[in-house]
Design a protein around this ligand. Structure first.
Ligand code: ATP
Ligand code: MG
Length: 442
């Protein structure tokens, strides 16, 4: 630890503007506004994290984090549109329309010095609270990976690199700052972050991290379930879900998030193909700027465990398939809550989407026709088509529901074998009478 202490006093390598490719054109106007205003007020102001990293990689960053020596209250005093948030970290959020710029005050590392009284760990080494302000050359050591620890200085547009982040970005490597085991223990979510950045940036994860992950996956169980839900969104809704999913499985992390799903994936290749098709599809939607809802992927992940439990329920009690799926979805998502807390606004529609699945097999009559008007029809239809794509349902079922959506009312009625209302009864009655007649004769 002594050696890392002396490391911590190291001066940054300062890369002047002409020697790097981070241009202000790549930084959002709002982020620039915040940086300039802090600077003019006499504070240090740096863009840090994903904004600098992605700009260096020419990936057009969308999210901008700012680090400053101004304290949160001082930040708030400078901006009318500012809110202070967070318990574990106190942060300033500055809002510009839909864009939020996050401003964090430099923090001192969790270990070390007695002046840092406001730091707490749990017995596994996880940091519970660290609201101790510091200077930039302290702040850098509490960041997770070298590629995330570059600071772009608004004063002269230079980049400050304390940890060799520029080189690691050039070599496309995720490297942890400090001792891998210790840093992953401090915050087990960093294991997920390593995988997320590797997938997004197409970087290799450094062997030390992989080794540490191999020992520490269980620690994710100690992370608050609400935080894991936030991380779930970043893992699966930002356009790199397919690769992220494969990497999470490879490093035995997926099982920590969705245990029952992982068990099913191990034993059922079709389910693996189903989930893979879903994450790939979700990436395509993100790439095409279409909306993605977490309830869809949650439904996909829970589908095999739900189906299994539904069968069990039906073997014990008399229940319709829809009912059993609804009950099973309720129970399985309940089992999920201690790991990843799934908000009700997602689990409720997810349950509907799963329970609707048997209704796609009924392609005749008014109730079937009514399915088209169900508020979850779109999601349930997409889900059903995914099942078709892996051979879980016959192609003609998918074809039917695809076709009827394009039909006008008359054709639709015919497709669902619903006759026109007036006359239907008469036509039915007449043949009955005719049938009855010969019976009387004989
Ligand atoms: P992106 O925004 O693309 O997901 P990011 O690197 O900006 O990536 P954020 O979660 O926005 O990630 O965090 C901003 C920065 O804060 C990170 O780059 C990193 O320096 C630091 N940071 C965030 N989370 C952690 C963590 N769990 N441990 C250590 N440092 C972190
Ligand atoms: Mg960010």
């Amino acid at each position: 630890m002594k050696s890392s202490g002396s490391q911590k006093r190291r001066k940054p390598k300062i890369i002047p503007r002409p020697a790097h490719n981070v241009s202000r054109a790549e930084i959002s106007k709002s982020a620039l506004k915040v940086l300039y205003r802090l600077h003019k007020a006499g504070f240090q102001a740096f863009l840090v994290g994903g904004g600098v990293r992605d700009a260096l990689l020419e990936l057009h960053p969308k999210d901008f984090d700012i680090a400053t020596n101004a304290h949160p209250e001082e930040v708030r005093a400078l901006f009318g549109n500012c809110r202070l948030i967070g318990r574990r970290f106190r942060l300033a959020h500055i809002r510009f329309g839909r864009e939020v710029i996050e401003v964090a005050t430099f923090r001192a590392p969790a270990d070390g010095n007695d002046k840092h009284v406001d730091v707490a760990h749990d017995h596994e080494g996880r940091i519970l609270r660290d609201n101790v302000y510091g200077s930039i050359d302290e702040d850098v050591w509490r960041r997770d990976f070298t590629c995330n620890a570059l600071y772009y200085n608004i004063a002269d547009f230079s980049i400050w690199d304390y940890v060799g982040g520029v080189k690691d970005i050039e070599n496309r490597r995720i490297v942890v700052i400090g001792d891998a085991r210790k840093r992953l223990r401090e915050d087990p979510v960093r294991m997920l972050r390593a995988v997320r950045f590797a997938a997004k940036l197409d970087f290799r994860i450094d062997a030390k991290i992989i080794e540490a992950i191999g020992e520490l996956t269980d620690l994710l169980a100690n992370v608050p379930a609400a935080r894991l839900f936030d991380e779930f969104l970043k893992l699966f809704q930002t356009g790199y879900a397919e690769k992220t999913f494969a990497l999470l499985r490879k490093h035995n992390l997926f099982a920590q998030l969705f245990r029952e799903t992982d068990d099913e994936l191990e034993s059922d290749d079709n389910f693996l193909r189903f989930v893979t098709a879903a994450v790939r599809n979700s990436d395509k939607r993100v790439a095409a700027d279409q909306s993605v809802t977490p309830m869809f992927l949650i439904g996909v992940f829970l589908w095999a465990p739900v189906r299994r439990l539904a069968e069990k329920l039906r073997s014990k009690e008399k229940m319709s398939e829809s009912q059993s799926l609804a009950v099973a979805a309720y129970q399985v998502s309940g089992l999920q809550q201690p790991r990843i807390s799934l908000p009700k606004r997602f689990t409720a529609p997810m349950r509907e989407m799963l329970a609707m699945q048997p209704r796609f097999l009924v392609m005749k009559g008014k109730r079937a026709l009514k399915l088209l008007e169900h508020r979850r029809f779109r999601a349930a239809y997409d889900f059903m088509m995914l099942r078709v794509s892996v051979g879980e349902l016959e192609g003609k079922v998918g074809q039917f529901w695809t076709d009827v959506q394009k039909q006008d009312a008359q054709h639709r009625a015919a497709s669902f074998q619903i006759g026109p209302k007036p006359g239907t009864k008469q036509r039915r009655r007449r043949p009955r009478r005719r049938r009855a007649a010969p019976a009387r004769e004989s």
